[in-house]
Design a protein around this ligand. Sequence first.
Ligand code: CO
Length: 226
Amino acid sequence: MRAGARSLSVRPAPRRLPVETPGVNPLQHLFDRNRAWALRVAEKDPEFFPRLAREQRPKYLWIGCADSRVPANQIVDLPPGRLFVHRNIGNLVVHTDLNCLSVIQFGVEILQVEHVIVCGHYGCSGVRSALEDRAHGLADNWLRHLKDVMRFNRRELEGLPSARRFDRLCELNVMEQVTNVANTSIMRNAWKRGAEITVHGWIYDIGNGLVKDLGVSLDHPLQPEY
Ligand code: CO
């Protein structure tokens, strides 16, 4: 037997933590909060969970940043069942990201959402990293897309005072991602068959909790395609 195979065969079984012993599970408080929340919701509307268990019919697909300060449902004060959500670092829509593309396809073709909202935020660490020359490891390959947005808009950004540059790059990134959504084969095909779907670009201010529409909504394919 090869050494590698032998070491695999004697690997000890993973230790299971006793999740149901009070005072042992370090995440017990999250289960407690979950139970209290579910009870509160069911008390207010006993049909809430049975109704959602039958189907979801969200009108909105939300593409946002993974930042813990930007929770999609809370920002627009919507309960479960109303937003179909995809989040990643920097709210990026990358042409070859099968994860994001699958969410868009499922949202547009199966759930038939009416609006796709790309929502960025000021103070985005992903965007900030594009302005810095510092290594972050594997994530740098993802963050590279944000450096591309900076390169596409270099002239405008260089003309801005440095305090404004960061905020503007957060906005420009949202605009770029709106273009990327619109240029997916999924959106182009949907519009070609007459689906009424609008793609929006929003930005959230983590300093005051308010969302702003950047005025770049699209309800038709970009012409010429670029
Ligand atoms: Co962010």
